[in-house]
Design a protein around this ligand. Structure first.
Ligand SMILES: C[S@@+](CC[C@H](N)C(=O)[O-])C[C@H]1O[C@@H](n2cnc3c(N)ncnc32)[C@H](O)[C@@H]1O
Length: 399
C-alpha cells in the first residue's frame, strides 16, 4: 500500500468511500450522500504544503483517504488542523486508517502544524480506539450536540501535539548520557519515519523494483545528490536505467538545468528480476516510460573507449561533473582516471561493488581501487554502506 497526494481523478473513489459511511450514522454528521460535483470545490481547497488530501492506494485502487482542514478560521489556530480519515469498508481493520494517521502525525511538522484534532462521535468506538492508539487524547467533549435520526449523539474532540510534548523527542536535551542516547534514537526514528513517508520514497521503490540492481537507499542518495549537486552528472554503467531515473528525478526537482550523461555499452543479462536480451533498448524504453529521456544524454559504448571519452567531453563542453555514479565493471580506477579532470572539487561519488559478503574478484578489485584513492587523499569517504555501495566526495589533485 502506498500513500500519495490525491488527484482529481481520485474524487469518485473518495466520494464513494465517504458515501458508504453516511447511512451508518457513525462517522459523519452529513445526513445525505454527496456527489463528485459537490465535492470538487472541497477538493481544490486542499494544498499539498499545508492542508493536504492523501489517498491510500493498494494494487491501483483507492482504499482510504485522509484530509487536513483548518481547525478554526482565526490566525492563532493556523498551527492546528482537523483531520478526517475514511477507509473503504472492505479494507477496515487492515491497518489502512492507522497508516494514514501515522503519516499525518509524522508529516505534521513539515506542514507547519503543531497539533492535530479529530472530531469523532462518542459512539464511534473503533475510531476513538484508533486515535487513542496513536497518542491522541480526549481534549473536549460536547454532549448531545448531534441529532442523528432523532437520537442525540455526543462529539469527542481527540487531539495531540506533533511532535508529542509528553515525549522525550520534543523535550530539551537532558544532559545525562542515557537520556541523550534515548532521545537521540527517538529523534532518529522519527526522522526515519518522516523520510519513509516522503512521496519520493515510494516513487523510487517502484523504480528500484522495475529497473535497478542498486539498493533503494542508494537510489535515494543518488536522487538527493542529483538535486543538490552544483554541476552535471556522469553515470557509467546505466544498465536499464534505475540509477539514471533516480538522478533525473533529482535534477527535475532541483529546478536547475543540469546535464545527465549516461554511458552504457548494451548487451544481454541473465537476472531473475531484471534479465534482458537488449540492455540498451530497454534503457531507452524505460527512460521514455518515466518521461525523463529529454534530460539524459545516452552514450552507447564502453567508458574507456576514446570515442566515448570524446562524446562525454563534447556533451560537457566547458562544464564540470558534480556527481559521478560508477557502476560498470571492476576497474574503478580506470574510469576515474578517464574523467577526473572534469570532476568538481567535492564532486559526489557513488561507487558500487565495494562490499559483498562473499567477496568476489569484482568486489576485491573495486575495493582495492577505492581504498587506494582514499589512501592517496583523492577520495573522501562519507560513510561505509553495507549494501555494497561506497559513497564519498572527490578531492583529487586535478582541481
Ligand atoms: C550492475 S549494472 C548497473 C546497474 C545500474 N546502475 C542500476 O541502477 O541497476 C552494470 C552495467 O555496466 C555496464 N558496463 C560494463 N562495463 C562498462 C563500461 N566499461 N562502460 C560503461 N558501462 C559498462 C554493463 O553493461 C551493465 O549494464
Amino acid at each position: 500500500m502506498i500513500i500519495r497526494e490525491a488527484v482529481e481523478d481520485d474524487l469518485p473513489a473518495i466520494v464513494e468511500i465517504y458515501n458508504v459511511t453516511v447511512p451508518t450514522r457513525m462517522v459523519t454528521a452529513e445526513l445525505e450522500p454527496t456527489t463528485v460535483e459537490a465535492r470538487q470545490a472541497w477538493f481544490r481547497e486542499h494544498s499539498p504544503q499545508h492542508y493536504p488530501l492523501w489517498v491510500a492506494e493498494s494494487k491501483g485502487r483507492v482504499v482510504g483517504w485522509l484530509d487536513f482542514k483548518r481547525f478554526l478560521p482565526r490566525c492563532a489556530y493556523c498551527g492546528t488542523a482537523e483531520i478526517s480519515v475514511y477507509v473503504n469498508e472492505e479494507f477496515r481493520r487492515g491497518g489502512v486508517g492507522q497508516r494514514l494517521l501515522e503519516q499525518a502525525i509524522a508529516r505534521a511538522p513539515s506542514l507547519g502544524l503543531t497539533a492535530l484534532v479529530g472530531l469523532i462521535f462518542g459512539h464511534n468506538e473503533p475510531s476513538l480506539r484508533l486515535f487513542q492508539r496513536l497518542g491522541f487524547e480526549q481534549w473536549g467533549f460536547l454532549p448531545r450536540v448531534a441529532q442523528l435520526d432523532g437520537v442525540e449523539r455526543d462529539l469527542v474532540v481527540m487531539g495531540r501535539h506533533c511532535p508529542d510534548r509528553s515525549n522525550p523527542i520534543s523535550k530539551p536535551l537532558d544532559h545525562s548520557r542515557t537520556n541523550n542516547q534515548f532521545s537521540d534514537s527517538q529523534r532518529l526514528m522519527y526522522l526515519l519515519m518522516q523520510y519513509r513517508h516522503e512521496p519520493i520514497h515510494s516513487k523510487l521503490l517502484k523504480i528500484r523494483d522495475k529497473y535497478s540492481m542498486l539498493h533503494l537507499d542508494v537510489l535515494i542518495l543518488i536522487y538527493h545528490f542529483a538535486k543538490i549537486c552544483s554541476a552535471n552528472i556522469l553515470e557509467i554503467g546505466a544498465f536499464v536505467g534505475g540509477g539514471t531515473i533516480a538522478a533525473a528525478f533529482g535534477v527535475h526537482d532541483s529546478g536547475t538545468a543540469k546535464k545527465i550523461i549516461s554511458i552504457e555499452p548494451g548487451g544481454r543479462v541473465k537476472h531473475k528480476r531484471l534479465g534482458t536480451r537488449n540492455i540498451f533498448r530497454d534503457l531507452e524504453r524505460n527512460l521514455s516510460r518515466q518521461h525523463v529521456s529529454e534530460l539524459i544524454t545516452l552514450i552507447k559504448g564502453r567508458s574507456f573507449d576514446s570515442t566515448t571519452i570524446s562524446a562525454v567531453n563534447d556533451s560537457l563542453g566547458a562544464d564540470k561533473v558534480g556527481l559521478l555514479i560508477l557502476d560498470a565493471d571492476a576497474a574503478k580506477r580506470r574510469d576515474i582516471d578517464c574523467y577526473c579532470d572534469r570532476f568538481t572539487n567535492g564532486c559526489w561519488m557513488v561507487i558500487d561493488d565495494y562490499y559483498g559478503i562473499d567477496a568476489n574478484a569484482k568486489i576485491t578489485q573495486s575495493r582495492a581501487d577505492v581504498d587506494a584513492l582514499v589512501a592517496a587523499g583523492y577520495l573522501q569517504p562519507l560513510g561505509f554502506y553495507g549494501w555494497s555501495t561506497w559513497v564519498g566526495r572527490w578531492i583529487g589533485p586535478q582541481n
